[in-house]
Write a protein that binds this ligand. Structure first.
Ligand code: 3HC
Length: 683
């Protein structure tokens, strides 16, 4: 079946794109559109043309899978040239998400109408790109450079109402879009409305707005190339004629599309979607109905978890040990909502609706009709097992029993029940109502429909989910522990707190390891390690942490940790002293440490552990590990995640360095992954 069909309705040609799932502008679509437009342009009885899409959305952009391959003509710019040459009114009728090239097609039309629930946007920056089919030249002409900068640099789509207010949409309607489009076009013809090309418009602006925008963006888009290229391209729309502006945009687009940043960001785009594809589980796998949720434990984590479901319109029962503890949890949730209202993120009504869905309880019996229970109590095996034992007695058959443990063996937790198949890990990241990642942990016994339900639920609460097997720390925290170990050892070997943090910040992480520990609370890791045998971790690496906590320096919450916060943020001299003491205690020779060594050891610790996690079958796919580290810990998206970055560096090169570290620092932590050895040989 052709992806393009044309129907003539009296004197109006209706050109329909039908390229599921999202009507991406693949070669076949571009080709079909060019042919259809040429064809109907030549037909004398056709006086106007509507472009509309079948299925769930208007074109959601260029076909991303074609990037990096030799371009096939007609390209999108070729299509735009043909559209700009059409001399009959051209109307775009948009529903769903008209994104990227899709929105650029619509901007090349002379009139735009939108379904009331539709959205338009230019999300190319999320792929390390700028709009490459006229978006940076047409949008500023249509809505002015400042509004265009906001849309292009943020990549965020806007609603039909905003599109109407900004002058993007000429008409927004509820109901049958095609009928609306035909009526609208008939009226255009009746009123003899002209062909109206955006390329004929001009726009100008003071140079200062671009300088100011660049300055404002420096922190927000640190490390990313695309937003800054977008600023230059929008600036060009105010300085150059349309044709030259398009040339400028094209050059920038070409540079970016072959950059390592765009490759990395495109890799993550597909990796995030691939993460939900689990062998043996597909659309046809039955999943369980989850109408309501209970969260056990009203700490900051439990409250954050509860908010996810309240936001999704699901009733939540939050269970605490006493009425007072319950009231305090409710207060925490209300505080979070109040702050969202104050920041303008949600309205008072949305907050009231969400809080109405919350029930506080201190009685397990209240959970008897619950579909999903997520335990978020203290990280202790015995306590967790007691909770699961109680749940086993109370919950109805088919209820799902989830734990939010960050490290513990979920197979063991499940032994406290007589329904091991219903037990799963749902590991949220703090703050749980904000962080976009959900680690789903399957035990040796978790049923397929429970896993399918967890993925469906992740989608409902707008999280990207990755499946992990059971091991200490699962994918996320197991990897992070290795990075933490190297940071700790480097500190004792002679690096400074600020140096380690600066190097990893400059690498692109949102903050360095010691700043992160201070933010999360150093005591959390110290307490977790107290339950571990010293074989399981490097005692030396975390000895400064333990000593700091013993002296009350737990991080930001106590005002001191690796840093002190009384007069701005400065390294805590006590932490530096402890590093010297511990180096002496463990006979570690201190030396000058280069920035290069810090970056290599921290990043390659992640890479080596990532391959071990993969070879053990804890992660299903290499790309899942990238998704975990990018979404869970802010590994720079423009580097694509640790595994993608390793491939970018070259696996042979990575392996060589890991072998050198093994020689210098011992095989205990640096024995290279056998999978890495194998893949490096194949490279
Ligand atoms: N190209 C190729 N495949 C695409 C695609 C695109 N532009 N957009 C989505 N897909 C694929 C996805 O990979 C997924 O495939 P899969 O089922 O095999 O995993 C499938 O379509 C469905 O996508 P989602 O799972 O993401 O579906 P949702 O309903 O959740 O979201 C969406 C739909 C909002 C359209 C989302 O897919 C999206 O944001 N897509 C990307 C949009 C985009 O970035 N457009 C700009 C492209 S670059 C461009 O246009 C350059 C131009 O300026 C020259």
């Amino acid at each position: 079946m052709s992806v393009i069909s044309t129907e003539i309705n009296e004197n109006i040609a209706i050109v329909t794109v039908d390229n599921p799932p999202v009507n991406a502008l693949s070669h076949a679509v571009r080709n079909g559109l060019c042919d259809a437009l040429k064809d109907v342009s030549d037909k004398e009885d056709v006086q106007a043309i509507i472009i509309i899409c079948a299925g769930r959305t208007f074109c959601a952009g260029a076909d991303i899978s074609e990037f990096g391959k030799p371009p096939l003509t007609p390209t999108l710019p070729d299509l735009m040239d043909i559209m700009d040459g059409v001399s009959k009114p051209l109307v775009a009728a948009m529903h769903g998400t008209a994104l990227g090239g899709g929105f650029e097609v619509a901007m090349c039309c002379h009139y735009r109408i939108m379904d009331i629930n539709g959205k338009v946007g230019l999300p190319e920056v999320n792929l390390g790109l700028i709009p490459g089919a006229g978006g940076t030249q047409r949008l500023p002409r249509l809505i002015g450079p400042e509004a265009a900068l906001d849309m292009i640099c943020s990549g965020k789509p806007i609603t039909a109402k905003s599109a109407m207010d900004l002058g993007i949409a000429d008409h927004v309607r509820e109901g049958n879009l095609l009928e609306t489009a035909i009526d609208f076009t008939r009226n255009l013809l009746k009123d003899k409305k002209p062909v109206r090309r955006v390329s004929d418009l001009t726009c100008d602006a003071d140079n200062e707005i671009f300088e100011a925008y660049k300055t404002k963006s420096e922190r927000k888009f640190r490390g990313f190339l695309a937003p800054f290229a977008a600023i230059e391209a929008v600036k060009a729309s105010t300085e150059l004629c349309f044709k030259d502006g398009i040339k400028f945009e094209r050059e920038k687009f070409k540079e970016l599309v072959s950059s390592s940043q765009s490759k990395a960001q495109r890799h993550l785009f597909f990796a995030e979607r691939a993460a939900a594809k689990v062998p043996g589980i597909d659309k046809n796998t039955a999943s369980r109905d989850i109408e309501n949720v209970a969260v056990i434990g009203g700490g900051i984590m439990g409250c954050g978890i509860a908010i996810n479901f309240l936001n999704a319109g699901m009733p939540v029962t939050l269970l605490e040990i006493s009425a007072e503890a319950g009231a305090s949890a409710k207060q925490k949730i209300e505080d979070i909502y109040n702050s969202s209202v104050a920041k303008g993120r949600i309205s008072e009504e949305q907050m009231a609706r969400a809080i109405d869905l919350l029930t506080i309880s201190d009685c397990y019996d209240d959970l008897s009709a619950t579909d999903l229970v997520i335990e978020a109590v203290y990280e202790d095996m015995d306590i967790k097992k007691q909770v699961f034992e109680k749940l086993d007695q109370i919950l109805k058959p088919d209820a799902i029993l989830a734990t939010n443990t960050s490290f513990l063996d979920i197979d063991e937790i499940a032994t406290a029940t007589n329904r091991k198949g219903d037990v799963i890990g749902l590991h949220f990241f703090s703050p749980a109502h904000i962080m976009p990642l959900l680690e789903i942990i399957r035990t040796g016994n978790t049923e397929g429909d429970v896993i399918a339900t967890a993925f469906a639920l992740a989608r409902k609460i707008k999280k990207t989910a990755v499946l992990s097997g059971v091991c200490y720390g699962f994918i996320a925290n197991r990897m992070s522990s290795c990075y933490g170990r190297e940071a700790g050892l480097l500190l004792m070997e002679g690096a400074t707190i600020e140096q380690v943090d600066r190097v990893m910040y400059d690498f692109g992480m949102p903050m360095g390891m010691f700043s992160m520990l201070d933010m999360a609370g150093i005591d959390i890791g110290v307490m977790a390690r107290e339950n571990l045998s010293t074989d399981a971790y490097d005692e030396r690496a975390f000895s400064v942490h333990a000593a700091l906590v013993a002296e009350g320096h737990k991080g930001q919450k106590t005002g001191t940790g690796f840093y002190r916060y009384d007069d701005g943020k400065k390294p805590n001299p006590r932490a530096e002293e402890l590093a010297l003491e511990m180096a002496k205690k463990y006979s570690i020779t201190r030396r000058e440490i280069s920035d290069r060594e810090i970056e290599d050891r921290c990043v390659l610790a992640l890479v080596n552990e990532g391959y071990k996690i993969l070879e053990e079958g804890i992660a299903m796919k290499e790309s899942d590990i990238d998704v975990v580290y990018a979404l869970g810990f802010g590994f720079p998206r423009y580097k694509g995640g640790p595994m993608h970055y390793a491939r970018h560096l070259g696996l042979k090169k990575c392996l060589k360095k890991i072998e050198e570290f093994a020689e210098k620092h011992g095989e205990r932590w640096w024995s290279p992954s056998s999978l890495l050895i194998k893949l490096a040989k194949e490279e």
